[in-house]
Ligand binder design. Structure first.
Ligand code: PBG
Length: 329
C-alpha cells in the first residue's frame, strides 16, 4: 500500500470507534434498568385492565392486576414505581376529597404495594388533578388556582401517603412553597425518613395529552399556565430549583424530558442532589406511533432516548419504556 497518500493527522477520533471492544471501553453513558422508574395507572375494580389508546402497551389496572404487574417488573430488575390513580368523574370534587380517604383507591394501593413488596422504592403523586372535578392541580376559585389554600390539601395528601408507606412523596402540582410546607408537615408527624422528589421544573406542556387521557384529568376550563412553567424559559428553572433545594427536596425533576434536555443539564450542573427526568406520555406516544408504522426502529430509538436523558444529567428516569427496556436488557 502506498502510504504517501495518507495525510498527516495527529488526532484521529475514529481510532476509538474501530471495534466493539474499544467502543465499549470508551462508552461514557450506559442505561441500566435500575436507573428507571415505571409509572403505573391504577383503577378500581377486580381483574380489570383497560387500554389507553394513545399509549400502546400501557394499561389502567385494578389493584390485583397492578400487583402482578409490579411482580413482573421486579423480576425484570425494575425496583422503583410511580403509581397514579384513575377516578371516575362522579368521585371527583373541588377539594379532591378522595385523595385523603383512608380506605380510598390510592392509599389502599400504596399500603398493599409496600406490604407485598417492601423492597421497592415507591414514588407517590401529590397533586389534586386526579381527584379534582376542575381537572386542576390546585383549589379553584373564580377560575383562579389558589396557591396557599392548596398547600393545606397537599400537606394532608403527602402525610396520608407517607403513613401508607411512600418512600418519596412527589409533588407534581407546581404550587409555590409546597416542598417546604410538605417537609414541615412530614417532619412534625415524625416522617423524617420519607423523602420528597419534587417536580421542580414542570412545564406547561402539550406532551401530557395521553396521560390526561389515561386519568381523564384534563382541565375542565383554561390551562395550567399560571402554575406550570413557560416552555420558553430556562433561567426560571434555576429559581424553582433553588427554592426546592432550600425547602428540602431530596431529588428534583425536570418534566418533560426530551424537549428540556438543556434544563436537565443545567440543574445537574448547578445542584448536587440527584436530578430526575420524566419521559412523559406524549414522548412515549410519538415513539410508539412512529414505531408501529415502521417509520423508525422503536427499540433502538427508545434506547437512544433514554441515553440522551441520562447523558444530559438525569440520574433517575421516569419512563413508560422501563418494562420493555428491562425485558430487552
Ligand atoms: C399532574 C401530572 C401530569 C403528569 C404527571 N402528573 C399531567 C399534568 O400536569 O396535567 C404527566 C405525566 C405524563 O404525561 O406522562 N399532576
Amino acid at each position: 500500500m502506498d502510504t504517501s497518500q495518507f495525510i498527516q493527522l495527529t488526532r484521529r477520533p475514529r481510532r476509538l470507534r474501530q471495534s466493539v471492544a474499544i467502543r465499549n471501553l470508551v462508552e461514557e453513558t450506559q442505561i441500566h434498568t435500575k436507573d428507571l422508574v415505571q409509572p403505573l395507572f391504577l383503577m378500581s375494580g377486580q381483574n380489570t385492565k383497560e387500554d389507553i389508546p394513545s399509549m400502546p402497551n400501557i394499561y389502567r389496572l385494578s389493584l390485583d392486576l397492578l400487583l402482578y404487574e409490579v411482580e413482573d417488573c421486579l423480576k425484570l430488575g425494575i425496583q422503583a414505581f410511580a403509581p397514579f390513580p384513575y377516578l371516575p368523574d362522579h368521585e371527583k370534587d373541588h377539594l379532591a376529597t378522595r385523595s385523603v380517604q383512608e380506605d380510598g383507591l390510592y392509599l389502599n394501593a400504596i399500603r398493599m404495594l409496600k406490604q407485598k413488596f417492601p423492597e421497592i422504592c415507591l414514588f407517590t403523586d401529590v397533586a389534586m388533578d386526579p381527584y379534582s372535578s376542575d381537572g386542576h392541580d390546585g383549589i379553584v376559585e373564580n377560575d383562579e388556582i389558589l396557591n396557599d389554600e392548596t398547600l393545606v390539601v397537599l400537606g394532608k395528601m403527602a402525610l396520608a401517603q407517607a403513613q401508607a408507606g411512600a418512600d418519596f412523596v412527589a409533588p407534581s402540582d407546581m404550587m409555590d412553597g409546597r416542598v417546604g410546607y410538605i417537609r414541615e408537615v412530614l417532619d412534625q408527624a415524625g416522617y423524617h425518613k420519607v423523602g420528597i422528589m419534587a417536580y421542580t421544573a414542570k412545564y406547561a406542556s402539550a406532551f401530557y395529552g395521553p396521560f390526561r387521557d389515561a386519568l381523564q384529568s384534563a382541565p375542565k376550563f383554561g390551562d395550567k399556565k399560571t402554575y406550570q412553567m413557560n416552555p420558553a424559559n430556562s433561567q426560571e428553572a434555576l429559581v424553582e430549583a433553588e427554592l426546592d433545594f432550600l425547602e428540602g427536596a431530596d431529588m428534583m425533576m425536570v418534566k418533560p424530558a426530551l424537549s428540556y434536555l438543556d434544563i436537565i443539564q443545567k440543574l445537574s450542573q448547578n445542584f448536587n442532589i440527584p436530578i430526575a427526568a420524566y419521559n412523559v406520555s406524549g414522548e412515549y406516544a410519538m415513539l410508539k406511533a412512529a414505531a408501529q408504522n415502521k417509520w423508525i426502529d422503536g427499540d433502538r430509538v427508545a434506547h437512544e432516548i433514554l441515553l440522551s436523558i441520562k447523558r444530559a444529567g438525569a440520574k433517575v428516569i421516569f419512563t413508560y419504556l422501563a418494562k420493555e427496556f428491562a425485558a430487552r436488557s
